[in-house]
Design a protein around this ligand. Structure first.
Ligand code: ATP
Length: 390
C-alpha cells in the first residue's frame, strides 16, 4: 500500500523562482501517474520533492498517511529511475541490480535469487556479468529499472527514463514499463515532456505549466474535455486547430463558413456569458474527406462541410495529414494561444488547418479538398481566460 498525497505543496528556490505552486494531488495506491508539461513547468522539482531530493517550501507530503516532509530520501522507501541511468560503471549488471540489496544487508542467497528473478522479468539474464559500458542504451535502462524494482519499494519515481533512447526503442520500452506496472502494481510517478508517452502510459495525467497544475485526469478526459487552450493544444498530435469564431445571430461565423449553434454550444455560451468573439478548437481527426464519406454513406447529407486548398500532404501509410491554408479572418487576440502552441507546432498559425485523413483519401497537394466534420467535435474557448466553455 502506497498512497502519496501532496497537499498545497509549493517550491520556492532561494533565488525567488517559484517552481511549483500550491499543488494538491492524491496518487492512489498502485496508480501510474504521469507528470507532463513543457520544459521548466516544475515536473522534475515535484518528483524530487516526493523523492526527498528537494525540500518542500510549503505544504505537506504524505506517504501512506504519514507526513514525510522531513524524512531523508532513504527513509521513504521509494526507488528512483533517472534519464541518465546512473549505473555504477565499475560494477557488473548483477552487482548494479544487487546494490540496493547489499545496502539493505539482504542475505546473499536470497539476493542472488532476487537478482535472477528481476533479470528474467526485464529480459536481461544474458547480460548479468557484463559492465554497463558493454550494453546498449535500452539494456542500460533495463538495468536501471532492475535496480529500482529489486527491493520492492513502496513507489517508483521515474524522471524521463526513456528520453535518451531512439524512437523505436522508446516504444518498446514503453510497452515493457506498462507490462511491468501491470505485473508489479507498484505506485509509480513518471515524469515526461512527451504527450504520447503520457497518453499511453498513465492511468492519470497531471499536466503542468509554469509550476501550476492545469488539469488532472485520465488520458481520455484530457483529450476529450480539455479544461483550457493550453491542455487542448498540448494533448494530441498534431495538436488541435484553433480558429477565430464570431457569434452572430444563431451561428458561429468562421473561416470554415457559418456554423449553426447547437443546443450544447448555446447553453455553454450563455452559461459563461461568453464574449462575441471566441476561439473555436477542432482536432485534426474530426475532419473527414467528404468524397470518402459519401462513398461510405451515399444517403447521408454532407453535414458541416467546407472546401480548402491542400498546401502540404503528408502520407504516413496508415494515415494522411492534409495542411490546408485558410483565408485569415483577423488574428485571435489571446495570450493563452501562445501557451497552447508551446513546445510544439510553433510555426503553425491559426491560418493553417490540419486534417487527419484516411489513407484512401484522394487529397492532392495544390488541389481543393472537400472536408466534412461533426459539430459535436467543436470546442469553444474564451480568449481572455483560455477556458473551455463547452
Ligand atoms: P525540464 O523538462 O526542462 O526538466 P521541468 O518541468 O522538470 O523541466 P523543473 O526542473 O522542475 O522543470 O524546473 C522548474 C522551474 O524551476 C524552472 O523555471 C527552473 O528554471 C527552476 N529551477 C529548477 N531548479 C532550480 C534551482 N536550483 N534554483 C532556481 N530555480 C530552479
Amino acid at each position: 500500500m502506497a498512497e502519496i498525497v501532496l497537499d498545497g505543496v509549493t517550491k520556492r528556490f532561494p533565488d525567488g523562482t517559484t517552481a511549483v505552486r500550491d499543488l494538491d494531488l492524491t496518487i492512489a495506491d498502485r496508480e501510474f501517474i504521469i507528470l507532463v508539461g513543457p520544459s521548466g513547468c516544475g515536473k522534475s522539482t515535484t518528483l524530487n520533492m516526493i523523492a526527498g531530493l528537494e525540500d518542500i517550501s510549503d505544504g505537506d507530503l504524505l506517504i501512506d498517511g504519514e507526513r514525510v516532509n522531513d524524512r531523508a530520501p532513504r527513509e521513504r522507501d521509494i526507488a528512483m529511475v533517472f534519464q541518465s541511468y546512473a549505473l555504477y560503471p565499475h560494477m557488473t549488471v548483477r552487482e548494479n541490480i544487487g546494490f540496493p540489496l547489499r545496502l539493505a544487508r539482504v542475505d546473499r542467497a536470497e539476493a542472488a535469487s532476487k537478482i535472477e528473478e528481476v533479470a528474467h522479468i526485464l529480459g536481461i539474464e544474458q547480460f548479468l556479468d557484463r559492465r554497463p559500458a558493454h550494453l546498449s542504451g535500452g539494456q542500460r535502462q533495463r538495468v536501471a529499472m532492475g535496480r529500482a524494482i529489486v527491493r520492492s519499494p513502496k513507489a517508483f519515481l521515474m524522471d524521463e527514463p526513456l528520453s535518451n533512447l531512439d524512437a523505436k526503442l522508446r516504444v518498446q520500452m514503453r510497452t515493457m514499463i506498462s507490462r511491468l506496472q501491470n505485473q508489479l502494481g507498484t505506485t509509480t510517478v513518471y515524469v515526461t515532456h512527451d504527450q504520447t508517452e503520457a497518453m499511453t502510459l498513465g492511468d492519470r495525467i497531471v499536466l503542468m505549466l509554469r509550476g501550476v497544475v492545469q488539469q488532472v485526469g485520465t488520458p481520455e478526459e484530457l483529450y476529450d474535455h480539455p479544461h483550457n487552450l493550453f491542455v487542448a493544444g498540448f494533448i494530441g498530435s498534431p495538436s488541435m486547430n484553433f480558429l477565430p469564431a464570431d457569434i452572430a445571430g444563431d451561428g458561429l461565423h468562421t473561416v470554415l463558413g457559418t456554423i449553426p449553434l447547437s443546443d450544447r454550444m448555446r447553453r455553454a455560451l450563455e452559461a459563461h456569458r461568453a464574449p462575441s468573439r471566441v476561439i473555436l478548437g477542432i482536432r485534426p481527426e474530426a475532419f473527414e474527406d467528404a468524397g470518402l464519406a459519401h462513398q461510405r454513406e451515399p444517403e447521408a447529407g454532407p453535414g458541416l462541410a467546407f472546401t480548402g486548398r491542400v498546401e502540404i500532404l503528408e502520407s504516413l501509410g496508415a494515415e494522411k495529414f492534409a495542411y490546408i491554408d485558410l483565408e485569415a479572418e483577423g488574428a485571435i487576440d489571446s495570450e493563452h494561444l501562445a501557451d497552447a502552441f508551446q513546445g510544439h507546432d510553433t510555426a503553425r498559425r491559426h491560418v493553417q488547418l490540419v486534417a487527419r485523413l484516411d489513407p484512401r483519401s484522394g487529397a492532392r497537394e495544390g488541389r481543393p479538398l472537400d472536408l466534412q466534420y461533426d459539430p459535436d467535435a467543436i470546442h469553444l474557448f474564451e480568449p481572455e481566460t483560455g477556458l473551455n466553455l463547452t
